[in-house]
Design a binder for this molecule. Structure first.
Ligand code: TMP
Length: 202
């Protein structure tokens, strides 16, 4: 049986990636999942990672817990689904660690790449769909939410992450598709589906 495609949505909090990951998965009849937290073990790790009470969590511990979640996710869910021929759509992926723990928390990028490549056994997404929304709009949206540990960070954290995502996309255009996240949901859904069809013929 041929292998399915692994598609990851990336972007800052509040950009709409969860909505569009779900919509695309429905269109493709794909397995929908997320990081952190796509497995039962991952949910436990996610709770530790997002809990605002965990102010003592060090940047290295954060990076290791994210990569542990990802190792479990690949082994238990993504790898087997792809091998059985299903497409997988994930809300976030290994690239979030490079953006958040690398550019955001300023941990060494090469070390993070090696750690994560080991965690995922070399199984990187076939395509990343990055939903680009101006930081001002995102910060406005966050004001209406109860904030998790990451969302409490200051604007400069999100600016570094956004610049990091853009840099990764610019250096690897074959694996990245940047979409403007400001159109209405239905137009954006179509834009994503058309772009994906061009890139991966699915
Ligand atoms: P979510 O709210 O998009 O589900 O993600 C929870 C938070 O975890 C979000 O602020 C981004 C952050 N995150 C990382 O810092 N590194 C990672 O590798 C992943 C997957 C998420």
């Amino acid at each position: 049986m041929s292998s399915g495609k692994y598609i990851a949505f990336e972007g800052l909090e509040g950009c709409g990636k969860s909505t569009h990951a779900k919509r695309l998965a429905t269109r493709l009849d794909a397995v929908i999942t997320r990081e952190p937290g796509g497995t039962a073990i991952g949910s436990i790790l996610r709770n530790i990672l997002v809990d605002p009470a965990n102010t003592a969590l060090s940047p290295r511990t954060e990076a290791l817990l994210m990569s542990a979640d990802r190792a479990q996710h690949i082994a238990e869910l993504i790898g087997p689904a792809l091998a059985s021929g299903r497409h997988v759509v994930s809300d976030r992926s290994v690239y979030s660690s490079l953006a958040y723990q690398g550019y955001g928390r300023e941990q060494d990028l090469d070390e993070l790449k090696r750690l994560n490549d080991w965690a995922i056994g070399g199984l990187w997404p076939d395509l990343v769909i990055y939903i680009d929304v101006p930081i001002e709009i995102l910060l406005e949206r966050l004001k209406r939410r109860e904030l998790d540990r990451f969302e409490r960070e200051d604007r400069s954290f999100f600016e570094r992450i956004s610049a990091g995502f853009m840099m990764m996309a610019a250096n690897d255009p074959q694996h990245w598709m940047i979409v403007d996240g400001t159109p209405n949901k239905d137009d954006l859904e179509k834009l994503i589906a058309d772009g994906l069809h061009k890139r991966l013929a699915i």
